[in-house]
Design a protein around this ligand. Structure first.
Ligand code: VGL
Ligand code: ZN
Length: 201
């Protein structure tokens, strides 16, 4: 079930979280998410809307050491990806980034993986300090870092909105993305469809 919203306007207590729109998660990348590039124009329109409203835009990035425990070489589930300071870990060139953008790096230690942008970072404190009560989340991947960030945002007491046009799933198992959306929804997130300026959806 999605909530229809004709047009999105960022409110005075809103912030935008753009999750892991990094080259390695885009088609052709080390851990390319199918159609992952399709989130970029959607993210860009939200970034413009939040910037216009003077509201914070926060970018998370997966930022692993070269010997990270989630990599196959260390017995983990993933190919090597998003290694700190490599081209694969860089944000997509197509992604708009205001000069004052806040960047949250996660899963930076070899010993631990972290899917949520809240996990081991100061994102929660930053949002609380800014009086943010509602978080809109777009990015990659629906079934991993977006899901974990949505659940942690809800657990932190935030209202969480997820525009389904702005997320894409890895789908290791068919249906993972749909199941992740259902978990978000049943945990209290609002799945939305919005019409943004310059959008046909
Ligand atoms: C992610 C798998 C491994 C994500 C990060 O950003 O969703 N997925 N590392
Ligand atoms: Zn990772």
């Amino acid at each position: 079930m999605t909530t229809e919203a004709a047009r999105f306007e960022a409110g005075p207590d809103d912030a935008l979280l753009v999750v892991d729109v990094q080259n390695d998660f885009l088609p052709g990348g080390a851990l390319g998410v199918p159609d992952g590039d399709e989130v970029i124009p959607v993210a860009n329109r939200y970034i413009a809307a939040f910037t216009r409203a003077g509201r914070p835009v926060i970018y998370s990035r997966d930022w692993h050491p070269a010997d990270h425990c989630s990599f196959a070489a260390a017995g983990g589930p993933w190919p090597s990806h998003c290694v700190q300071n490599t081209a694969g870990a860089a944000f997509s060139d197509e992604l708009e980034r205001p000069v004052d953008a806040v960047v949250i790096s996660k899963a930076t230690r070899r010993e631990a993986d972290a899917y949520s942008a809240f996990d081991g970072t100061d994102l929660g404190e930053k949002l609380a300090a800014g009086g943010v009560t509602r978080l809109l989340i777009v990015g990659l991947a629906t079934d991993y870092c977006v899901l974990a960030s949505v659940l942690d945002g809800l657990a932190a007491g935030l209202e969480v909105l997820v525009p389904t046009a702005g997320v894409r799933a890895v789908n290791v198992e068919a249906g993972d993305g749909e199941r992740a959306l259902e978990r978000m929804r049943s945990a209290g997130a609002a799945l939305i469809r919005t019409r943004l300026r310059g959008s046909t959806k």
